[in-house]
Design a protein around this ligand. Sequence first.
Ligand code: AMP
Ligand code: MG
Length: 419
Amino acid sequence: MAEFTPQPSCADDVDHNNLTVKQASQRIHDLLSPISGWQKVSLRQALGQVLHQSVVSPRQVPPYDNSAMDGYAFRSDDIKKAPFSLKNVGVAFAGKPYQGQVEAGQCVRIMTGAKIPDDCDTVVMQEQIEAHEQTITLHTDVTAGQNVRLAGEDIDCGDTVLPAGRRITAADLGLLASLGIAEVVTYRPLRVAFFSTGDELCGLGENLGDGQIYDSNRYTLFGMLSQLNIDVIDMGVVPDNKAALRIALQQASADADVIISSGGVSVGDADYVKDILAELGQVNFWKIAMRPGRPLAFGQIDEAMFFGLPGNPVSVMVTFYQFVQPALKRLAGETDTGPIIVEVPCDNAIKKRAGRFEFQRGILFRNNEGQLRVSTTGAQGSGILRSMSMANCFILLDENCDGLSAGSLVNVQPFAGLV
Ligand code: AMP
Ligand code: MG
């Protein structure tokens, strides 16, 4: 189950109606620690999972000295000023080492990756020699040890190759395979239950009634969660009534490490999430000085953590990426290195008032001169999901920013690696 340190609601002197993005992120971070469950999994299964134990190399990579080139292997004692000749006494293929001796004045034809024969330590590229029957003549100067990849050059026995907390990538799978490692110990996947709230919400496949809209938040949430290798529990749409919400939250807290809802956290007459959360567990309700996505309920029901996201579709995605995703990574055991942020000129002017942090949706591109630029996706309303779909980055406008003229430098958080 999730590790969570309950906090008395609103018990300190921070203004809960106006937390900065940084304060809110820090608080979520401080309240969480990784889950304790782990599992042994086969290598392919480990893709996208988080290492619970560091991986220490049981062997050297490469495991033996081998040739970096197609050419001829010989003893460095034989190096003379070019030109000089050597007698070819055999051949070494990758996977089929040369078994004989190599005496002074001799060489062995060798392929890339083949084991360097005993007594040899230097390779000359085949392009740099002239071959006459059993003799080769070297016309360029050579250096002792050249074109040889030494045993243990990449990884030595006992080296930590992957640290605990690392989310395993395709390159890591190859790296582990190169060490002969067939199983690793990872954190067990998080279980996350999510649902939408709202009487106006209609499921796919149903006809839209008067005053209804299709529920899109459950689909963006499903997509965002699936990218984190999470076991998702889709609880559907919960109507705007206290009893239904109570049942949904109780059920979710029994099944999941984390519960995420969207909608019903504002100050409308049908916004009950906060009340029911307070009744069933602990609640930290924050208004964050940000746009979009101002209200965020954060708390705990029994062992499960709860995030009550706003209902507007763009707010859901922005608050997920800024607060929920880092929290899920932390719970899942990942040592998150934080987002990559780049500073680029913005092609268009941006209107903004100081006071709130804005996450505008942007398109990062190269202009005709090959320079990296960003532009906004246009209208930035928190209900305009198309702005997220078109975007490939967030444009980060901090609390102090009071608008930008075209060409100003802005911080940008690319979706690559985030989304
Ligand atoms: P709320 O936070 O419940 O007041 O909702 C804010 C806005 O987001 C309203 O316009 C809702 O209709 C809309 N909304 C809430 N939930 C969803 C959802 N699951 N899919 C699409 N729009 C939603
Ligand atoms: Mg609602």
